[in-house]
Design a protein around this ligand. Structure first.
Ligand code: NAI
Length: 343
């Protein structure tokens, strides 16, 4: 049986992968994959990695030297992989869509909680405090929500917002939904009551929300990010929350989450002052990159990852391969138009 090294493994990962795995000897490691832990893949022909693994050029070189042929990401986003460095060395595959609706539903859960202060009401009534002071919300029906990135998740979130009777302004490099009103980024920033981020993290989108864009926004705007942390300049967001420019932020991702999210630091003092301050604000809700975390998504992740490995080792067409020549949107998969593989 081919050996596969599985990084950043949690008990729920093992449960779902063991349920569907028939063809591989999988060794589960709690460690995240990075240049210091790559050696753990010795003897493996493939690795399975996740969103906070640091798969930079050095990690890739080390894996390559160990004989690893494929990196199977059990995520949709791949900003943590240096795909240019991997090109012609190690094939990279991903799970492009495991539950866009789950991520969209979590985004709406963050907004509903922030708006109606459910997180505060919950702890208050448990203490038999039934007062309504400081729990005042706003009606969402009729409000304008700006959606940046209208791919699978952004589109699913737009559908939910439509159900709430909200007005939608959309921005995407490749507008694809005829029933959405696409506007310039600047107009979206200026006119939205709520802004939700659903585009990938790229060099272009890094710190899309910064001091400059925050200044363009309406006073009292709400910001939601269930995409990738570095889309937001956290310092700028913190300043805007403190100045009351931003009325609330629902964050499932954080730019410095790599060492922190998915771990229990409840009996320690964390060194990240920005995160500590964000967590301390009553109008900020942070969840630990859990928007995808449904049983349906874990099933799809396990099944698709194992199918990706099967297709690779059987020499079949690799539907979910990514490489640096493949681009989002219109150019996607152009580089292997007449081939089964990118290289
Ligand atoms: P997708 O590929 O279906 O959609 C992304 C959209 O963003 C596309 O329409 C694309 O044209 C657009 N886009 C690309 N560059 C852009 C730019 N510079 N400005 C505006 N739009 C741009 O991806 P999907 O499945 O909707 O996922 C979106 C993001 O959600 C992923 O990149 C990932 O980072 C994040 N994600 C988060 C999860 C979580 O648990 N919090 C789970 C899964 C994905």
């Amino acid at each position: 049986m081919k050996r596969i090294a599985f990084f950043d493994a949690k008990t729920y990962d093992e449960e779902f992968f063991n349920r569907y795995n028939k063809n591989y000897k999988i060794k589960y490691f709690e460690s995240k994959l990075n240049q210091d832990t790559a050696y753990l893949a010795k003897g493996a022909v493939g690795v399975i990695a996740f969103v906070n693994d640091e798969i930079n050029a050095t990690t890739i070189d080390k894996l390559h030297k160990l004989g690893v042929k494929i990196i199977a990401l059990r995520s949709a986003g791949y900003n943590n992989v240096d795909i240019r460095a991997a090109y012609q060395k190690i094939t990279v595959v991903r799970v492009p869509s495991y539950s866009p609706e789950a991520v969209a539903e979590h985004t709406m859960a963050l907004l509903l909680n922030l708006n109606r202060k459910i997180h505060k009401a919950y702890s208050r009534t448990r203490d038999f405090n039934f007062s309504l002071h400081s729990l005042l919300g706003f009606k969402m029906h009729g409000k304008t929500v700006g959606i940046i990135g209208t791919g699978k998740i952004g589109r699913a979130f737009a559908n939910i917002c439509k159900g709430f009777g909200m007005k939608i302004l959309a921005y995407d490099l490749y507008p694809s939904s005829e029933d959405l009103e696409y506007v310039s980024l600047e107009r979206l920033f200026r006119e939205s009551d709520i802004i939700s981020l659903h585009c990938p993290l790229t060099e272009e989108t890094k710190h899309l929300i910064d001091e400059n864009s925050l200044n363009m926004m309406k006073d009292g705007v709400y910001i939601l990010n269930t995409s990738r942390g570095a889309l937001i300049d956290s310092q700028a967001l913190l300043a805007a929350l403190k100045s009351r420019k931003v009325s609330g932020a629902g964050l499932d991702v954080y730019e410095e989450e790599t060492e922190i999210f998915y771990e229990d630091y409840s009996d320690m003092i964390i060194d990240d002052d920005t995160l500590a301050l964000l967590v301390s604000l009553p109008n900020v809700i942070i969840t630990s990159h859990q928007a995808f975390f449904t049983k349906e998504a874990l099933e799809t992740i396990a099944q698709t990852t194992l199918t990706n490995l099967d297709s690779f080792f059987l020499g079949e067409d690799l539907e979910n391969e990514i490489c640096y020549l493949c681009r989002e949107g219109e150019d996607a998969l152009k580089c292997r138009k007449n081939r089964k593989r990118c290289f």
